[in-house]
Design a protein around this ligand. Structure first.
Ligand code: DQA
Length: 146
């Protein structure tokens, strides 16, 4: 039996991690986070970034069609605006975990609403890059039915 992958999807401006508002997001780059995730993952991992909302929707569908174990998504600012992402998460069978480096609930009020969080199984936020590893562990627990 083939092992199904965990898909880690990253949204807009996360390609600039390391130089983007380091006082909020830290100095770890997205490439560093990918290495951390690959080290921590117990099986195959798909790791992607896009600045385009529809691409994130397409990748959700793709993860579902491939029978992915789980999707971890940091949707960046689309978190707070995208009903399309909410609908995509509701439309697929794959469990989705929301992850954020910062804690949006302690920032500007426009960041307090999360469409992704309305449908995700779990949210990990405010832990910096380490949050991705915590989210991967949470995905492994979902697989075990916990
Ligand atoms: C973010 C939080 C969002 O509010 C913001 O738009 C981002 C990054 C985070 O990881 O903390 O782009 O998702």
């Amino acid at each position: 039996m083939t092992t199904k992958a965990v898909h880690v999807l990253n949204g807009p401006n996360l390609d600039l991690l390391g130089v983007r508002e380091p006082e909020i997001y830290g100095t770890t780059t997205l490439a560093d986070i990918e290495v951390m995730c690959r080290d921590a993952a117990k099986g195959p991992l798909v790791f992607r970034q896009t600045n385009h909302e529809g691409m994130l929707v397409d990748w959700m569908h793709e993860a579902n069609a491939e029978g992915a174990k789980a999707v971890l998504i940091n949707a960046g600012a689309y978190t707070h605006t995208s009903i399309a992402l909410l609908d995509a998460i509701r439309a697929i069978r794959t469990p989705v975990i929301e992850v954020h480096l910062s804690d949006p609930s302690t920032r500007e009020t426009f960041r307090h609403l999360s469409y992704v969080g309305m449908a995700a199984k779990k949210t990990v936020q405010g832990l910096g890059a380490k949050g991705y590893i915590v989210a991967l562990d949470a995905a492994a627990q979902l697989e075990n039915g916990e």
